[in-house]
Ligand binder design. Structure first.
Ligand code: ADP
Ligand code: MG
Length: 238
């Protein structure tokens, strides 16, 4: 059985159905991307997976357990958004340590975990800096570290790199991919950027207006688009 399954999910907002009976499955340690144009329902689907939005129908399972009615904090998922939402009055290391302090973890263990995370996201020397003293890319690496340090079983990323410059975005894509492989985390990335999806994913789901337009490995989607929507969308690099 797959590590994460999303079964027959339906969702409407004010009479408008935005997700149509969706079925997806992610394997343990897999990097999956939900790719599609703005408004196609990517964020809604990710929020349902995180437990931040309730579906009208359907079941979410993580590691064989039905979590459809489980609170976000008990789902063992980590989430990183486009807007970094760091705590402005805390330093880099305080930001990263925050979640562990809430769990009342031992101080020495926290310090060890935080310092390893800072190394992994390449922020050594910035431990005492405040978010306002960091670039956008550095802030997003803190956000990533803050999420990863809690060791989520599933990492959910909603356009985490979209606000960044092209070169920084490319570097962070590489970093994301190597972190994901090192920590063997099941990762679900939401993006509207075809190039980003192709660069980082083991597998891609292409969404169109709340339906799955195609699912497959990047190379297969690129060489054999299943329909005109996919062909146009993939062909339209920005
Ligand atoms: P994406 O992330 O792919 O851009 P979203 O999941 O954010 O798409 O949105 C899908 C559709 O659902 C859009 O038409 C959007 O306007 C609508 N929508 C999303 N969230 C809400 C909400 N809280 N209330 C009403 N409509 C919403
Ligand atoms: Mg979105």
């Amino acid at each position: 059985m797959s590590y994460v399954t999303i079964e027959n999910i339906n969702k409407s907002f004010n009479d408008q159905q935005v997700l149509h009976n969706l079925n997806l499955a992610f394997e343990e340690g897999e990097f999956v991307t939900l790719l599609g144009p703005s408004g196609c329902g990517k964020s809604t689907l990710l929020r349902i997976l995180a437990g931040l939005t309730t579906p009208e129908a359907g079941i979410i399972k993580i590691d064989g357990k039905d979590v459809t009615n489980v609170k976000p904090k008990d789902r063992k998922v980590g989430m990183v958004f486009q807007s970094y939402a760091l705590f402005p009055n805390m330093t880099v290391e305080e930001n990263i340590a925050f979640g562990l302090k809430m769990q009342k973890m031992n101080k020495e263990v926290i310090a060890k975990k935080v310092s390893r995370m800072i190394e992994l996201v390449e922020l050594k020397g910035k431990e005492k800096a405040y978010p306002r003293e960091l670039s956008g890319g550095q802030q997003q690496r803190v956000a990533l570290a803050r999420s990863l340090v809690t060791e989520p079983k599933v990492l959910l990323l909603d356009e985490p790199l979209s606000a960044l410059d092209a070169q920084i975005r490319k570097n962070l894509q590489k970093l994301l991919r190597s972190l994901q492989q090192e920590l063997n985390m099941t990762t679900v990335l939401v993006t509207h950027d075809q190039e980003e999806a192709m660069a980082v994913s083991d597998r891609i789901y292409i969404l169109n207006a709340g339906h799955i337009a195609q699912e497959g490995k990047p190379h297969d989607i690129y060489t054999r688009p299943a329909n005109e929507f996919v062909a146009r969308f993939i062909g339209n690099y920005n």
